[in-house]
Design a protein around this ligand. Sequence first.
Ligand SMILES: Cc1cc2nc3c(=O)[nH]c(=O)nc-3n(C[C@H](O)[C@H](O)[C@H](O)COP(=O)(O)OP(=O)(O)OC[C@H]3O[C@@H](n4cnc5c(N)ncnc54)[C@H](O)[C@@H]3O)c2cc1C
Ligand code: SF4
Ligand code: SF4
Ligand code: SF4
Length: 404
Amino acid sequence: MRINNFREVNSRSIGGDDVFLKMSCCGCSACLQKCPKKCIEMHEDAEGFLYPEINDDFCIDCGICYNVCPVKNQKPNCKPLAFYASQSKDETLRLQSSSGGIFSLLAEYTIRKGGIVFGARFNEKMELVHEYTETINGLAPFRGSKYVQSKIGDSFKQVEYFLKQGRMVLFSGVPCQIAALKLYLQKEYDNLLTVDVICHGVPSPGVFREYIKYLGKGNKIININFRDKHTGWTGYSTSYTLSNGKHKHFRTFFDYFLGAGLRLHYFLRPSCFRCPAKSGKSGSDLTLGDLWHIKYVPEIHNDDKGASLLAVHTLKGKDILRFLDVNVMIPQNEDNVRMYNASFYVSPDIPKDRELFWQEYALYGFMAVKQYCKKLRPTRLQNRWIVCKIELKKYLTKYILNLK
Ligand SMILES: Cc1cc2nc3c(=O)[nH]c(=O)nc-3n(C[C@H](O)[C@H](O)[C@H](O)COP(=O)(O)OP(=O)(O)OC[C@H]3O[C@@H](n4cnc5c(N)ncnc54)[C@H](O)[C@@H]3O)c2cc1C
Ligand code: SF4
Ligand code: SF4
Ligand code: SF4
């Protein structure tokens, strides 16, 4: 019965375009990696996300795929042991990272201990993939947030292999990937440290592929920085390097991909609208995010080069903080986190016209994304204009009354 339910969600015929049904899969590929008959394959749907498909000819109904699925085996919400505000002492490292560079400090510590670090990086085709490194130089491509879903590949298998060899492993990813890894491994390992990020949701790799084609205009995109801090940490921009040597910079709201995907949610993965792993459910040791309430933490050096919020979930996670080369580690209360890092707790809303967006995307491709951004921008400006007019009217009324 349980397997039938699992199959229903993952078969191509039933999966269809129903966003609610698709919420039942976050694309972690734990099922594929664990299947003893190797009869699951990941296929891209029309929205550009990967979903598993079972080949019934070889399936033996063992139920293993169901048991490792983080959506079907969700844990209850779990309050962190503590929150901290912190930042790396190294300014250059912070500039290369999205927040305060804590991921790199954890990763360097792991490598110095002879361990291995897994993270998300772009490959030569500009697809985001999970890979590992054993060197400090090899950490550079993992640095920085990439606002697109990463392909896990067979990295859970590799993690298990290294753990069984007794090597220390740091696995970093979004919360559902950590939840999936934990279910895949089926037991706790002392030599595993898991670190996730506060996750607003992941935009579609398929739309991203179209975007970089559109941006490149015949040239390849060879480097992307989604969190370019040349314009500051709080007002970050996105930068793209083309194969002809040119660079393109956008303030995030004017980047069509981030505007329509991350801000307006049109092409976030359906599972992100009902996230199975937020709010401490992933089972990670640490969660990293941006310290957006920095103005309330005077001990942190506010040079607009980045600062981190850390949620500590386990004693193992807490213990490792002693070894990090940070300026300070200041305990934070939960109220500020709820206010400034809502994505730690709540999933984004589904846009009302999401279905219409995908219909138009099927017809016009990336041009539809552009139109959606354009359609929405004047509305915001109009709102601002209305506010300005009200303020102006108030001011003039006051002025005229004073004259009288
Ligand atoms: C999709 C996404 C959404 C986010 N949303 C928020 C948010 O709403 N609020 C908030 O406070 N913080 C958010 N973050 C986290 C924040 O941007 C930083 O990633 C985090 O604070 C770590 O920063 P750092 O300076 O310590 O290290 P960085 O060097 O910035 O760390 C990068 C780490 O993130 C991992 N990573 C990057 N992109 C991906 C990806 N697509 N999938 C899986 N792993 C990835 C890398 O493997 C590496 O471990 C988000 C991150 C991502 C990837
Ligand atoms: S039930 Fe077993 S054999 Fe069938 S797809 Fe799932 S893991 Fe594979
Ligand atoms: S969430 Fe992961 S384990 Fe569950 S069906 Fe989707 S890919 Fe498989
Ligand atoms: S919002 Fe949840 S489901 Fe979506 S990528 Fe992040 S952790 Fe996974």
